[in-house]
Design a protein around this ligand. Structure first.
Ligand SMILES: NCc1[nH]cc(CCC(=O)O)c1CC(=O)O
Length: 313
């Protein structure tokens, strides 16, 4: 049997996909795995901010097309890049154990933490979630847009004379670049993107053979977290124009889920936490989305009268 595995060509994507293939090879020495690199719209349009391209599934559409056309049999993505709803005919296989969900700062030589940064320091990030959470801690910072693969972004610290950038810990750790990390941002200071650090293995819905091969991967805690956090994302029905974050913690039979949802200019950002049962992770995510969306609508009505904006916890 031969399984063709599709992936983007970035260093991170290749590292993730090769990791998946190596694990599967150990369990299935008789299956042949072939890696196929596929260019996506997100890879081709490198100069524009993701925000402006504003297209859901920017890094996955071409890959999904090839899955549906049986050019490939399995695709490995970052779960965080996946739109809430998959195309007909495709589904997620089991989810392997999540990498560190936190964001990290990569700072100019000599700086070691968010607190240490001199007043007015310049930080590069294209993510509104990261931007407004940083500004909440340090309103004096200047946030500038930045794009590109991990390596490109790290190079831009020197090239564009930045004081630092924010990246997902998972990408850096998987790429074996831990020594670049200046500090980890705790999840309560920087709520991660929904399912940050988790991998998505996408397959054809009816492909039981490939589904079986991936059965060995299942990490239950990750599955519960991803289920709650992605349900929140689905319920909010957001895009990459607005700040959205979610993080689920699992305590045996119970979970807690923190969600962040705001508007484009960061004036009205709501953060809320709810508790629920592990067995109802998806419902907890949808419920939190309803609570936060309602609070934001009420606030929009009030703020027309009062004219001010704020973070509300
Ligand atoms: N949007 C790009 C992207 N997609 C997944 C990751 C990192 C890996 C992950 O979050 O699982 C990154 C880079 C980053 O945000 O630093």
């Amino acid at each position: 049997m031969k399984v063709v595995v599709g992936t983007r060509g970035s260093k991170l994507a290749l590292t993730q996909t090769n990791w998946v293939i190596d694990q599967l090879k150990k369990n299935y020495p008789n299956v042949e795995f072939e890696l196929k690199v596929i260019k996506t719209k997100g890879d081709i349009i490198q100069h524009m901010s993701l925000d402006k391209i504003g297209d859901k599934g920017l890094f996955v559409k071409e890959i999904e097309q090839q899955l549906l056309e049986k050019e490939i049999d399995m695709a490995v993505h970052s779960m965080k890049d996946m739109p809430s709803i998959l195309p007909d005919g495709l589904k997620f296989a089991n989810i392997p154990k999540r990498e560190d969900p936190r964001d990290v700062l990569i700072l100019k030589d000599g700086y070691t933490s968010l607190e240490d940064l001199p007043k007015g320091s310049i930080i590069g990030t294209g993510s509104k979630r990261r931007k407004y959470q940083l500004l909440r801690q340090r309103p004096d910072l200047k946030i500038v847009p930045i794009r590109g693969n991990i390596d490109t972004r790290i190079k831009k610290i020197k090239e564009e004379n930045l004081d630092g950038i924010v990246l997902a810990a998972s990408g850096i750790l998987r790429a074996g670049m831990e020594e670049y990390i200046s500090c980890y941002l705790p999840v309560d200071v920087m709520i991660p993107a929904p399912s940050q650090g988790a991998l998505a293995i996408e397959i054809r819905e009816e492909d039981l053979e490939v589904e079986n091969i991936i059965k060995s991967f299942r990490d239950e805690t990750t599955e519960i977290q991803v289920s709650a956090e992605r349900a929140f994302l689905e319920g909010i029905n957001g895009s990459c124009h607005i700040p959205i974050g979610a993080y689920c913690q699992v305590y045996g039979e119970n979970i807690s889920l923190v969600g962040l949802f705001g508007d484009e200019d960061g004036k009205n950002i709501v953060v809320k936490k709810i508790e629920g049962k592990t067995s109802a992770a998806r419902e907890v995510g949808l419920e939190l989305a309803r609570i936060i969306a309602k609070e934001r609508r009420d606030y929009d009505r009030e703020s027309i009268l009062s004219g001010s904006g704020a973070w509300r916890l």
